[in-house]
Design a protein around this ligand. Structure first.
Ligand SMILES: Cc1ncc(COP(=O)(O)O)c(C=O)c1O
Length: 405
């Protein structure tokens, strides 16, 4: 206990001169929603969580023992900002294609992709700079870039991803510093950018010399359809790719990476150093040993199988139960799908009624950088059990039928 003469009152503390940057940050718009959706009795499609029952606990435990056995104190020591060489080498190999080769020095390990987004903000953005994004887009990217006082110009999406034909006009108008996209099974919409749109995006970015951030946490979780070429393959050095083990092993280990040309990788390394010196040495070795034991690809197959089934159950139940005017995406992978309500119906209002009926998903408004659309919901189709998916979608359908009658 501090003595009362040196203790600051709450009143003084709230008036402390916090930085303009920190003060300007608004509370995460979906935090309250997630709190409500976590109440007991509610079937929760709101969170962004992968299915915890599928985490590879046994194999991670074995990998952890191997870390102690093989790497000992090295795994518990400070290490390189860039990340441990062994893991970067594996990631370079996994990221390489016949057209595009990576080496360990073009990989920067990060504390999840979320840190990569923050580091990209640090490395590129001055206050007031524009970032061109899809609308809707990943909320966490907006939070990261908001800290650097970014502004946004947005391009709408259709079922083939960002409508790139509309991007050039925005580029001329706002002169964005960065283009940010989630081309595979986007969070929040579940939409995948078509090969044609990818080519067009790379072309327009090259014409105006703007780097593309390709945020790709879900690329390996494809349940149907054929993959399009990666933006990196098409755009080479113009593209900065972000990857993560959060959705294919576990988000708690907080290991992600950036794959970029040497100059960008070096800049990211420089701005990371003052942030956290390096990502956790132990977890980097943990992932390394887990991969070396040959478990990653078979684990990805296992979760794909489970998620594919849950996606199909959700889509089939929606197709049977939803009123015809309610539209929803049919993602070929990832964690999320996107419901669009008919014109004039507010998703925020439907959210309250859905919670009363015992089901929650996230109203889409915060995923629009200008908060200018309240017609959609993001739904996580991977987290709940198949039975709960059927029951939850029935509850939601009943609310929607009442709302539309
Ligand atoms: C598009 C996107 N980018 C980045 C992240 C952050 O992931 P990580 O756990 O690797 O920080 C997420 C998490 O849901 C995401 O959906």
């Amino acid at each position: 206990m501090s003595d009362s003469t040196t203790e600051f009152s709450k009143d003084i503390i709230t008036r402390w001169p916090f930085s303009d940057r920190a003060t300007a940050i608004e509370a995460n718009a979906i935090r309250e929603i997630l709190k409500i959706s976590g109440r007991s009795g509610i079937i929760n499609f709101a969170g962004g969580l992968p299915a915890a029952e599928l985490f590879p606990e046994t194999h991670l435990k074995a990998a952890s023992e191997m870390v102690f056995k093989k790497h000992g104190p090295k795994a518990l020591q400070y290490s390189l900002t860039q990340g441990i060489y062994e893991l970067r080498e594996i990631l370079a190999e996994r990221s390489s294609t016949p057209e595009m080769k990576f080496s360990a020095d073009t990989i920067q390990i990060t504390t999840g992709s979320q840190q990569a987004l923050d580091l990209i903000g640090r490395a590129f953005l001055n206050p007031g700079d524009y970032v061109l994004t899809e609308a809707p887009t990943y909320l966490g990217a907006l939070s990261a870039f908001n800290f650097y006082q970014a502004r946004y110009c947005t391009v709408p999406m259709d079922e083939h991803g960002m409508i790139v034909e509309m991007a050039e006009e925005k580029i001329k108008e706002c002169k964005p510093k960065l283009i940010y996209v989630v081309p595979n099974f986007q969070n929040p919409s579940g939409i995948t950018m078509s090969a044609e749109r990818r080519e067009a995006l790379v072309e327009v970015a090259a014409r105006y010399q703007i780097p593309i951030i390709d945020d790709n946490p879900y690329g390996e979780l494809r349940y149907s359809g054929e993959p399009a070429p990666s933006l990196k393959t098409l755009g080479g050095n113009a593209v900065i790719s972000l990857g993560t083990f959060s959705k294919i092993i576990s988000p708690g280990i907080r290991i992600g990476w950036v794959a970029a040309c040497r100059e960008v990788a070096a800049m990211i390394e420089k701005v990371k150093q003052s942030t956290d010196l390096h990502s956790t040495t132990f977890c980097q070795y943990l992932v390394y040993e887990y991969i070396m034991a040959g478990h990653l690809d078979s684990h990805i197959e296992l979760i794909k199988e489970a998620y594919r089934k849950r996606r199909d159950v959700m889509i089939n139940t929606m197709a049977n139960e939803f009123p015809e005017e309610v539209k929803f995406t049919r993602p070929e992978g990832g964690l999320f799908l996107w419901i669009t309500l008919p014109e004039g119906i507010s998703a925020s209002e439907v959210f309250d009624k859905a919670v009363d009926a015992g089901v929650a998903c996230v109203p889409g408004k915060p995923f629009y950088p200008h908060n200018d659309n309240d017609q959609s919901f993001r739904v996580n189709f991977c987290h709940a059990s198949e039975d709960n998916i059927v029951e939850g979608i029935r509850r939601l359908a009943s609310v929607l039928r009442t709302e539309l009658s």
